[in-house]
Design a protein around this ligand. Structure first.
Ligand SMILES: [Zn+2]
Length: 128
């Protein structure tokens, strides 16, 4: 019983270190624990699990893999470092590693609108 208590105290101290302002809900680690394949008790471990969960962001707002244009890209700094890791700060399930994701479809649409306005201006000599 005393070892159980010691483990809990260690986890609480680690949480204070990673969440000094107390902004992470107490239930966060518990919730991520349900998604993890292993038992986790610290905020960094919970964040690691959260990063791997399917995103709830609209696909049109998500940046994409420059190789296959897929959405399931992961930022590597949120994951544990591995030996012989390929260069590039992002990676895709297709096997591509890269530093700069493609912009989201919404960002592309905004850029296309801007370009259309510029072309209009060049053709007519007046804005709008
Ligand atoms: Zn890809």
């Amino acid at each position: 019983m005393s070892t159980q208590r010691a483990t809990t105290n260690e986890a609480v101290e680690a949480d204070d270190e990673y969440d000094p302002y107390g902004v992470v809900p107490d239930s966060f680690v518990e919730e991520m624990n349900e998604h993890a394949g292993e038992t986790i008790s610290t905020i960094p471990a919970a964040l690691d699990v959260a990063e791997r969960l399917p995103s709830t962001t609209d696909n049109r707002d998500r940046r994409r893999c420059p190789s296959c244009r897929g959405y399931a890209i992961q930022h590597k700094t949120a994951m544990s470092r591995r030996e012989n890791q390929k260069p590039g700060s992002w990676k895709c399930p297709c096997g591509h590693h890269f530093n700069t994701p493609l912009p989201s479809l919404n960002e592309c649409d905004a850029a296309a609108d801007e370009l259309a306005r510029l072309v209009e201006f060049l053709e007519t000599g007046s804005p709008e």
